[in-house]
Design a protein around this ligand. Structure first.
Ligand SMILES: *Cc1c(COP(=O)(O)O)cnc(C)c1O
Length: 327
């Protein structure tokens, strides 16, 4: 059965519901970053970074998880939740579950980012490592949820999650109503779908551009084809490592997304370095993908006031070392 997409009224309600539980993250500009983007070919571009890397648990996803868990009945909370994730969805669910006192089990693919795995355990969730790819972890999580009578929380096909995530875009448009474009990284598509929903309702002249890793292009290819596709999933930016399109988020992307760009993993790593050096900002790969797209496709952003979502900051040590030694 198709899910009803959230409305902007749901987003406003979510904003009130999670107010005080999440960080109103800064929207910042950096002269050196603007200069680098200008040098890359976007003359007169002005970049505004939405710092969800500074969000509670280090990524935007906790906005959605809190909204979802706060909307669950007492009985459903007692039965608990099961999620599957490469890390940030996991941390968000674990954090929100702890807030409402619900048991939380997370299935992660084997060999997770150690920073994320430690954080999930520290938040009190049970961690099960299963399968090489997110798709394998997903199948295992479905089984666990059924066995335990718990609620399986999808990473994207969840209206309450999208409504909560949308508060990040709403907040950015409230902080910087002068923006022309929002550039949003895409994995399952909740962040970009949420940006489309909000922009269409409150700032229809603002264009929303999605960015995905070329090594994991399922959402991009699904959007271009107009149907849900399965695609290879090989990016090292684990926040973007998703192998299929999701119905709810693709439906919202179809209503308002104006373009969808692909970036390769090395461009993402270089953008992480730019964040470190020109923006004093720690981003994980997925968190730097939007900036990577602006640097790679700079000519499209000449003279444009561009909001880039720095979606997360949970980079492993190895990842930061790679970024600092990249050319
Ligand atoms: C999950 C995640 C994304 C992708 O978001 P979707 O809503 O799945 O498209 C991007 N960046 C970071 C840091 C993430 O954790």
């Amino acid at each position: 059965m198709p899910l009803d997409p959230p409305t902007v009224a749901d987003v406003l309600t979510a904003q009130r519901r999670i107010d005080g539980l999440v960080v109103r993250t800064p929207a910042s500009s950096y002269a050196e970053l603007d200069r680098l983007v200008d040098d890359a070919g976007a003359s007169g571009a002005h970049v505004v970074v939405k710092h969800e890397n500074l969000q509670r648990t280090g990524a935007f996803k906790v906005r959605g998880a809190l909204n979802l868990l706060l909307r669950m009945s007492d009985d459903a909370r007692r039965r608990g939740i099961v999620g599957y994730s490469t890390g940030n969805h996991a941390q968000a669910l674990a954090d929100a579950a702890r807030h409402v006192g619900a048991p939380c089990t997370i299935v992660m693919p084997t060999a997770p980012n150690p920073v994320k795995e430690r954080a999930v355990r520290a938040l009190g969730a049970e961690v099960v490592l299963h399968g090489e790819r997110l798709e394998d972890a997903c199948a295992h999580a479905e089984q666990l949820a059924e066995d335990r009578g718990a609620r399986l929380v999808s990473a994207a096909d969840e209206p309450d999650l999208v409504a909560g995530v949308a508060t990040a875009s709403l907040e950015l448009l409230q902080q910087r109503p002068d923006l022309d474009v929002l550039v949003v990284p895409v994995g399952g598509g909740s962040g970009a779908a949420a940006a489309c929903l909000v922009a269409a309702a409150v700032a229809p002249r603002v264009r929303v551009v999605g960015v995905q890793a070329a090594a994991s292009p399922a959402a991009h290819d699904s959007w271009r084809a107009g149907e849900l596709l399965v695609r290879p999933n090989r990016t090292r930016a684990e926040g973007l490592a998703v192998g299929r399109g999701f119905a709810l988020t693709q439906g919202l992307l179809r209503t308002h997304l104006s373009d969808f760009l692909l970036v390769d993993d090395d461009a993402i790593t270089r953008a992480q370095r730019v964040y470190l050096t020109a923006g004093r900002t720690v981003s994980e790969g997925a968190g730097a993908a939007a900036l990577a797209a602006v640097l790679t496709h700079a000519e499209r952003f000449a003279g444009v006031r561009t909001g880039v979502v720095c979606s997360g900051g949970n980079a492993s040590e190895a990842e930061l070392r790679r970024a600092l030694t990249s050319a």
